[in-house]
Design a binder for this molecule. Structure first.
Ligand SMILES: O=P(O)(O)OC[C@H]1O[C@H](OP(=O)(O)OP(=O)(O)O)[C@H](O)[C@@H]1O
Ligand code: HPA
Ligand SMILES: [Mg+2]
Length: 183
């Protein structure tokens, strides 16, 4: 690791690229089984879920059409504002469809509880959630989540799609961001 390596800004690597890959494959196998007899539409939440979506979809063996929504509740800070805004809506009509929301992280849960209710109001056959990470100690609202990769401590994490002020998304691992970077 050279002096410029952004990994230097992590206090700890929580999951290596290999560990993430193994977990994504497990989730994909579960999803393949559960949706074997119905068509699923993957709904990725930009931008954080881009890496999860790309790897999850490629690890699946059933049809996995993808659509995207952009919502933002964090802006450039490390705390959720609780106010969710739609920055880009779906192209697809959800009527009668089995929707699987794909997310990188459930932190306070405010984004997903809002999003799930929003998508449920569009007449889908079902709406389930797949998230790679969840912070149980930070969650402020109950959400029924069918697929969870791993539960993590209540620390601000970056990498594999997760950003701080738009940086670190391209890290191949997931780690805890050193507080000196944002304090
Ligand atoms: O459970 P919550 O406390 O609501 O936090 C989780 C959400 O926050 C992040 O998105 P963000 O709004 O930062 O946008 P981004 O995906 O573009 O980084 C993350 O990707 C989730 O969507
Ligand atoms: O821990 C986090 N890191 C990056 N983005 C986030 N959005 C919610 N929680 C986090
Ligand atoms: Mg973010």
């Amino acid at each position: 690791m050279d002096a410029q390596d952004v990994k230097n800004d992590l206090t700890e690597v929580l999951y290596t690229a290999e560990e993430i890959d193994a977990k994504i494959k497990e989730l994909a196998a579960q999803i393949d089984r559960d949706y074997a007899d119905k068509d699923v539409l993957l709904v990725g939440v930009l931008k954080g879920a881009v890496m999860v979506m790309a790897d999850l979809a490629r690890a699946m063996h059933i049809h996995a059409p993808m659509d995207w929504m952009a919502v933002s509740s964090y802006g450039s800070g490390t705390k959720s504002s609780g106010v969710v805004r739609i920055l880009k809506d779906l192209d697809a009509d959800l009527t009668g469809r089995h929707v699987l929301i794909v997310e990188d992280i459930i932190d306070s849960g405010l984004t997903l509880s809002w999003l799930k209710a929003n998508l449920e109001s569009r007449g889908p056959a079902s709406v389930e959630i797949c998230t790679l990470l969840r912070k149980p100690e930070a969650q402020k609202v109950e959400i029924d989540v069918k697929y969870v990769g791993m539960d993590i401590p209540n620390k601000f994490v970056v990498g594999y799609g997760l950003d701080f002020a738009e940086n670190y998304r391209n890290l191949d691992c997931i780690g805890i961001l050193a507080p000196h970077v944002y304090e």
